[in-house]
Design a binder for this molecule. Structure first.
Ligand SMILES: Cc1cc2nc3c(=O)[nH]c(=O)nc-3n(C[C@H](O)[C@H](O)[C@H](O)COP(=O)(O)OP(=O)(O)OC[C@H]3O[C@@H](n4cnc5c(N)ncnc54)[C@H](O)[C@@H]3O)c2cc1C
Ligand SMILES: CC(C)=CCC/C(C)=C/CC/C(C)=C/CSC[C@H](N)C(=O)O
Length: 479
């Protein structure tokens, strides 16, 4: 590597979600203690990791489940001294709008027999298909631990999984699984409901996000005790980032004369805090929030060439938490007390106005959810639109509490999928392009680390640490 240049004086990060706060954490590690890191947040630290309160208890309303092989999230929890809680369990059923087409049993062996009876060995084959992708995907951790960075999401994915991975971005999950010999029945009854609950979309999404979504049905899923958003506030603290509660409006490159007397190109970040408009200058800027459809309302002024507009849409998802008594007869003719399911997923049926319904545990309770003294649970519904009282009453005999939050949740995945650039300008980086491969907490953490490494290597002129090909072979023999 080339000789190190003096570190930058100031870095700005826009967005204090998991992408922005993990960037702050890794930028501090790379650039050292002297660089000033400002993190701008217009709402709450955590972003799409947030809780809703139901009668005194907090429940995850956005990003909830974390995979056991999500190594950045695992590392954060360990480094920050946090605790975890299990995030899966309970029996799952699949509803097609008329009847339950599949119902899990609490007996492992009965479950296996049921699955083989309905779908032959496709469940096992599916598991192997997903595992193969996850196995390759995990190479990224090795590359990152050796400090390698990528200048585009496509290059990152190519480095871990070759042309096959780019193929997963460019084809739908449906056609990929059809080609691999999976039946329509299996795709409709087992795969489509998982896409619906996780991404609110059909199996026409791209196969890469489809595979990520399937890993969300693995066992051993977990969450952070106290709420996943705690990771963000703790990362911010550990990185000694300076939180600025304000909304960034403009970014413009300007020439400034530093104390050393040298004219230097810097980015002016103009932001609004309360009724005041303020600005400051930075050597490096990381945008850690979606720029699509002007969601973040940031204007890039006077860039030549201009910074591209990102117009791919984001999918709306509404989270509704309801404390009440489920009307289980909608799903099954069994007596109320014989309905043992705690999650109902749905097939792709346009008549249904919900994507899923499930019993949820509060973020501070380690045990399985218990009914309150009146026999009711707290249920979480995902739906594409806000539910009316009449729609809620279709699924509940009675309810005494409902809270909701509408999200611009994740990209609408339409293959062939092109991911936005990571390098927007010389020292201006975009963390959230990775969401167009797949949106998940771990994906943002991977992107945060990558952006920190990329900014560091480009600052120091370490071209040999960026976009290296053949890394898998090269690192195979290294400890
Ligand atoms: C309902 C739902 C369920 C989900 N479930 C899961 C799950 O179970 N597991 C999983 O891994 N992932 C899940 N996800 C996805 C996951 O939550 C996201 O991928 C991840 O949280 C994105 O983090 P981020 O930091 O990239 O973006 P964000 O969390 O969106 O952070 C961006 C931040 O930037 C701020 N901001 C925007 N514009 C400006 C501005 N102009 N100035 C200052 N600040 C600004 C925003 O307020 C926000 O806080 C879910 C998402 C949703 C919506
Ligand atoms: C990035 C990798 C390899 C794995 C991530 C796996 C994962 C946790 C996927 C889920 C992603 C997601 C957007 C889930 C949304 S809904 C989650 C849950 N069912 C809920 O009830 O909140």
């Amino acid at each position: 590597s080339a000789e190190l240049r003096a570190p930058p004086d100031k870095i700005a990060i826009i967005g204090a979600g998991i992408g922005g706060t993990s960037s702050a954490y890794y930028l501090r590690q790379k650039f050292g203690k002297d660089v000033k890191i400002d993190v701008f947040e217009r709402q709450e630290v955590g972003g799409r990791l947030a809780t809703l309160n139901v009668e005194g208890q907090d429940f995850e309303a956005g990003g909830s489940i974390i995979h056991p092989l999500n190594l950045h999230m695992k590392r954060f929890v360990k480094d920050l001294g946090l605790s975890t809680v299990p995030a899966s369990g309970g029996l799952v059923g699949v509803y097609n709008g008329e009847t339950l087409v599949f119902e899990e049993s609490s007996w492992f062996i009965i479950n296996m027999i049921k699955l083989v009876w309905h779908y032959g060995f496709q469940t096992l084959r599916m598991h192997m298909w997903v595992e193969d992708i996850l196995d390759k995907f995990m190479r990224i951790y090795r590359y990152q631990s050796h400090d390698y960075a990528f200048s585009s999401v496509e290059k990152l994915l190519h480095a871990v999984g070759g042309d096959d991975f780019l193929g997963l971005l460019n084809h739908t999950l449906h056609e990929t699984l059809q080609k691999a010999g999976f039946s329509e029945k299996f795709i409709n009854e087992m795969v489509a409901p998982i896409m619906k609950v996780n991404y609110g979309q059909s199996t026409d999404l791209s196969a890469f996000v489809g595979a990520v979504s399937m890993t969300g049905a693995d066992s051993g899923l977990w969450a952070v005790e106290g709420g996943n958003k705690v990771v963000c506030s703790r990362l911010l603290k550990a990185s000694k980032g300076n939180l600025i509660s304000g909304s960034v409006m403009f970014i413009e490159e300007k020439t400034r004369t530093k104390l050393t007397g040298n004219p230097t190109k810097m980015y002016e970040v103009v932001y609004q805090t309360g009724s005041e408009t303020l600005s400051d200058f930075y050597d490096i800027v990381l945008v850690a929030t979606p720029l699509n459809q002007k969601m973040s309302n940031i204007t890039f002024l006077n860039f030549d060439p201009p910074i591209e507009e990102f117009d791919q849409s984001y999918q709306q998802i509404v989270t509704t938490l309801i404390k009440g008594e489920l009307n289980s007869t909608v799903f099954s003719s069994r007596a109320k007390d014989q309905f043992g399911l705690s999650t109902v997923l749905v097939t792709d049926n346009s008549d249904l106005f919900i994507n899923s319904i499930a019993i949820v545990s509060p973020v501070r309770e380690e045990e399985n959810p218990l009914p309150s003294t009146d026999g009711t649970y707290v249920w979480k519904i995902f739906s594409p639109d806000v539910l009316s009282k009449k729609q809620i009453m279709k699924y509940f005999l009675s309810y005494d509490y409902a809270v909701k939050k509408a999200w611009r949740a994740y990209p609408l995945y339409k293959p062939p999928q092109k991911c936005p650039s990571i390098i927007l300008h010389d020292r201006l980086y975009y963390v959230n392009g990775i969401e167009f491969a797949a949106s998940a907490m771990e994906m943002s953490a991977i992107a945060g680390y990558n952006a920190a490494l990329l900014a560091y290597h480009r600052w120091n002129g370490n071209a040999d640490m960026i976009d290296q090909d053949g890394l898998y072979e090269k690192l195979k023999t290294e400890l």
